[in-house]
Design a protein around this ligand. Structure first.
Ligand code: SF4
Length: 348
């Protein structure tokens, strides 16, 4: 179901925009759809035809995203395995400090070599209502004040639906516009569309390397935008919304942790309206990729930070639970396979 269909269904039942607004807000807050206000009970407000249809509608909305399992992490986060109406599964992650990471696709076509989700390819798009339903589900567990589109999928490949969800969350959903984070590997359409939106979200760009050829290997199906151009596009958007870009950098030992990369990063990001997030790869024991040693990570942060690039280390939430994004779903679906040796392995 798309959000527009939900509105149309209610309108067909005789609901006026103010009725639709109240029902939608109740849903977004994780409350019963017939929740009234302190001053106005539902029976004095919603038309009878609409009230009679609400139980069926509530059942359908609940079915958009059901909690299949919850996996709390030591850091206050919790990974949620979420089942969609057609039994496909995605992951959401409850983040510390009232954040939530949601999925925008089942699987993903970008195929990043270090990502479990990318291994399955794209299975299907999520509708806008399925994305919002992940927020509703999470709000029944704890408050949600920030939503990041960094779960399974590449939001740029499902752009209309993601923007529709962002619009609703940023208007009726009570989430501050900069607390909505659109995360992408970079796609020209994103830079065309985002500045035109009523709700202009914060932007996270997955950079991972300053070497265009290596980036092609790490993110094989990402649009061919050179790192310099990506940073230029990001900078223009950051200035337009007066909010910094978060550059994401999954740290892979021997692949993108060299001094050369650090110096190129300085050249690219110094003076930019940006934050660099170094995300040490979440290695399993026999993994083809490994994270750099702790000392090296500290060294890198100090080097960049002291030379003017605001740099943070971000561990992926709940990594003590079940590895990185996509691993819960892969496990539940019996998709975890022996990891292949990597074509990049000889860079180490
Ligand atoms: S890291 Fe993100 S863009 Fe890359 S394959 Fe995984 S889900 Fe897709």
């Amino acid at each position: 179901m798309q959000l527009a269909e939900l509105n149309q269904r209610l309108a067909d039942l005789g609901a006026k925009p103010r009725h639709i607004g109240r029902i939608t807000r109740a849903w977004l807050l994780g409350k019963p759809l017939d929740t009234g206000t302190r001053h106005q009970k539902t029976e004095n407000f919603l038309p009878l035809s609409v009230r009679q249809a609400l139980p069926t509608l509530a059942g359908e909305l609940d079915g958009l995203a059901r909690l299949r399992s919850e996996h709390p992490g030591a850091d206050g986060s919790a990974r949620l395995l979420v089942e969609l109406a057609d039994k496909q599964m995605v992951e959401s992650v409850l983040l510390p400090r009232d954040g939530l990471c949601i999925s925008s696709q089942v699987g993903c076509a970008v195929g990043c070599v270090f990502c479990m989700t990318g291994k399955s390819g794209l299975l299907r798009q999520l509708s806008s209502a399925e994305m919002v339903a992940q927020v509703v589900l999470a709000r029944r567990l704890r408050p949600v004040k920030k939503v990041v589109f960094m779960g399974m999928g590449e939001p740029a490949h499902n752009l209309d639906n993601v923007l529709e969800a962002i619009d609703l969350l940023g208007t009726e959903g009570g989430i501050g516009h900069r607390n909505l984070v659109f995360s992408t590997v970079g796609d020209p359409r994103v830079f065309e569309r985002l500045p035109q939106q009523q709700v202009r979200p914060a932007l996270a760009l997955s950079l991972h390397t300053t070497d265009a050829e290596l980036r092609r290997q790490l993110l094989p199906k990402a649009p061919r935008i050179d790192p310099e151009e990506l940073v230029e596009l990001g900078e223009a958007y950051a200035r337009a919304i007066d909010y910094p870009i978060q550059y994401q950098w999954t740290l892979l030992r021997g692949i993108n942790d060299s001094q050369q990369e650090m110096d190129n990063l300085l050249r690219l990001l110094k003076g930019k309206f940006a934050v660099l997030n170094l995300i040490p790869y979440n290695s399993l024991q026999d993994d083809e990729f490994q994270r750099p040693d702790g000392d090296r990570i500290v060294q890198m942060v100090r080097y960049l930070h002291s030379r003017g690039v605001l740099t943070k280390v971000r561990n992926s939430a709940g990594q003590d639970v079940d590895g990185g994004c996509g691993q819960l779903r892969a496990r539940a679906a019996g998709l975890v396979v022996q990891r292949r040796s990597s074509p990049l392995a000889d860079r180490t």
